[in-house]
Design a binder for this molecule. Sequence first.
Ligand code: NAI
Ligand code: MG
Length: 326
Amino acid sequence: MTHEIAVIPGDGIGQEVTPAAIEVLEALDIDFEFVEADAGDAVKAETGEALPEETYELAASADATLFGAAGETAADVILPLRDAVGSFVNIRPAKAYPGIDAVRPETDLVFLRENTEGVYSGHEDRLTNDVSTLTRVVTESASRELAEFACDYVDTDDHDGFTIVHKANVMRETDGLFRDTVAEVADEHGVETDEVLMDAFATHVCLDPEQFDVVVCPNLAGDVLSDLAAGLVGGLGLLPSANVGTERALFEPVHGTAPDIAGEGVANPAAAIISAAMLVEYLGYDEEADAINEAVEATLEEGPRTPDLGGDASTEDVTEAVIDRL
Ligand code: NAI
Ligand code: MG
């Protein structure tokens, strides 16, 4: 069976780490057909559009999408792309790897972030010179869909339950609805939950990340807190993510275009390669996904390493080392 994979490298180091991830996928014994498409600042400069219609259509029809990063146009690219694949949850694992100088080496958690609404639903207005407003949207249906996914996730992946992170003490209607719905669904499924307010979570996760495992949260909280967790495990070059919908999914490193190092060939390809492993697992190839993860882990531990991790290897050196270990 051939799997059609949309490949959208985007801008900056997206152009360096996405080909690295594809090289790793090509080393597997799986029948992929890669179809590349443009998105981001460069294509906007050329055509006026950050996300050409054919790129959106490709993501909406391919079996899965691998995305790199977009620069200033990131919001104009990634929000519609998440919509193209019908993604309602963003899975963001934050795990410290052996041998990496992490602030909190015991960190091993997964964020399940609501991916369609909250403050990112696009209802922003400039009312007067002085006043701008934003409408925060939370629906029971989206909260329920996320919660159902979270219950399946903890069952399949053998976790004890999950932590609901919210700020319902202040945002009583929106986060109140989120918290109540997620807790109710978990209860229906016999899944254990606890709750932490999102500001308190920021402190607790820094002081004692081991107390957390699976974290279910609204959109903005998930965005910010997962980047915070990236800091605990050794930097953005290590964090993968998956945007999952009912029929399709898009995989991308959490990091951006890294303009400070773009073009130098030294970007850490680990996040993009682990994102590709999540893609492989999503398509049902668990063994191959494990093999990629183990090869990346061994490479992170034994080297070679890119400069962000204190090494002097290039993107290509690290990619070859991963492929050699596969
Ligand atoms: P960034 O993630 O691009 O870079 C932050 C810092 O981390 C930089 O010092 C960079 O060199 C380093 N870094 C990130 N990934 C790395 C890797 N793989 N290897 C080694 N070092 C790495 O975030 P920043 O600087 O806030 O944003 C730069 C641009 O990226 C902006 O235009 C922003 O809009 C865009 N962006 C796009 C995203 C996306 O497309 N999903 C996500 C985040 C930012
Ligand atoms: Mg972010």
